[in-house]
Design a protein around this ligand. Structure first.
Ligand SMILES: NC(=O)c1ccc[n+]([C@@H]2O[C@H](COP(=O)([O-])OP(=O)(O)OC[C@H]3O[C@@H](n4cnc5c(N)ncnc54)[C@H](O)[C@@H]3O)[C@@H](O)[C@H]2O)c1
Length: 272
């Protein structure tokens, strides 16, 4: 096991990507702190990990509220004595463009993605430095943070900002023994998150339409990653196998960002 005796804080633990990352880190031996603004997402994630024999703590916390973040990180230290890993994953979707998006919605979406990562990083880094420990932080980006997606201006801009937040904090925290990297997911296979929700005891309606089909066809690998694919990559970045890796972005995107833009996957060659 790569993460035995490590304590990992993950924000945004829905049954989708945050839940997949939490389960992957738990399967490598880490104790999990599931932080979410929605109590059910924190409780179900931590409850499932405990039920299968792991150690987990649920915390309901809005990552944009500095007092709540400070209190939550203090509670983790009280419970487990330390923090080794932080995964800044919390976000929400609100696809709007620059012409239509109300300014307060811009502030709240960039506030969760960038402000939440800032606050959690600040308090976790301080706690690692105070106990003279070492640690690692992983920020969850999106392929939308690498490219100009129309009509998703706050999300794309904040995710792009998180890439350079990663590099800036990696430089600042290197001398303190804290590595900071990011991981880029992309359009994600939804079936695993439905399976996970059911394993967590929820009853769900699986959609009949495969709304991801067009993404799958455009993916160079002609398939889409699952949350567990991200989870394994986060476990690697958090582990000692990545001990000399900081300030980098690991893309788990089935080749999406590497694609030559005029090429249509599945067709023989790109146009001359
Ligand atoms: N699903 C995808 O296809 C995809 C693709 C690329 C990147 N991502 C990124 O992966 C991450 C997870 O995405 P997901 O699809 O699992 O999203 P999701 O909506 O299923 O989960 C996000 C979680 O964050 C929580 N959250 C939102 N605001 C919060 C706040 N203020 N404080 C605390 N928690 C808060 C939500 O309650 C939710 O549980 C996000 O950062 C997202 O941008 C997702």
């Amino acid at each position: 096991m790569k993460l035995l005796d490590r304590v990992a804080v993950i924000t945004g633990t829905s049954p989708n990507i945050g839940g997949g990352i939490a389960e992957a880190l738990a399967s490598e031996g880490a104790s999990i702190v599931a932080i979410d603004a929605i109590a059910e997402n924190a409780n179900d994630c931590a409850g499932y990990i405990e039920a299968i024999g792991g150690r987990a703590l649920p915390i309901t916390c809005d990552v944009t509220d500095e007092k709540q973040v400070a209190k939550s990180i203090a509670k983790v230290s009280e419970t487990f004595g330390k923090i080794d890993i932080l995964v800044n994953n919390a976000a929400f979707y609100n696809k709007k463009g620059v012409i239509d998006m109300p300014y307060d919605e811009w502030l709240s979406q960039t506030g969760v993605i960038l402000g939440g990562a800032f606050l959690c990083t600040k308090y976790v880094a301080r706690s690692i430095i105070d106990r003279k420990g070492v640690g690692t932080i992983i920020n969850i980006i999106s392929t939308a943070g690498h490219q100009g997606e129309p009509g998703n201006v706050a999300y794309s801009t904040a995710k792009s900002g998180l890439l350079n937040f990663t590099r800036s904090t990696a430089m600042e925290l290197a001398e303190h023994g804290i590595r900071v990297n990011s991981l880029t997911p992309t359009a994600t296979d939804r079936s695993e998150s439905f399976d996970r929700a059911e394993r967590w005891g929820r009853s769900i309606d699986r959609p009949e339409d495969d709304i991801m089909a067009s993404y799958r066809e455009r993916s160079p690998m002609q398939k889409l990653p699952r949350p567990s694919d991200y989870g394994r990559a986060v476990a690697f970045l958090a582990s000692d196998d990545a001990r000399m890796i900081t300030g980098t972005d690991l893309r788990v995107d089935a080749g999406a960002i590497a694609k030559y833009w005029p090429w249509e996957p599945g067709k023989q060659a790109s146009p001359q």
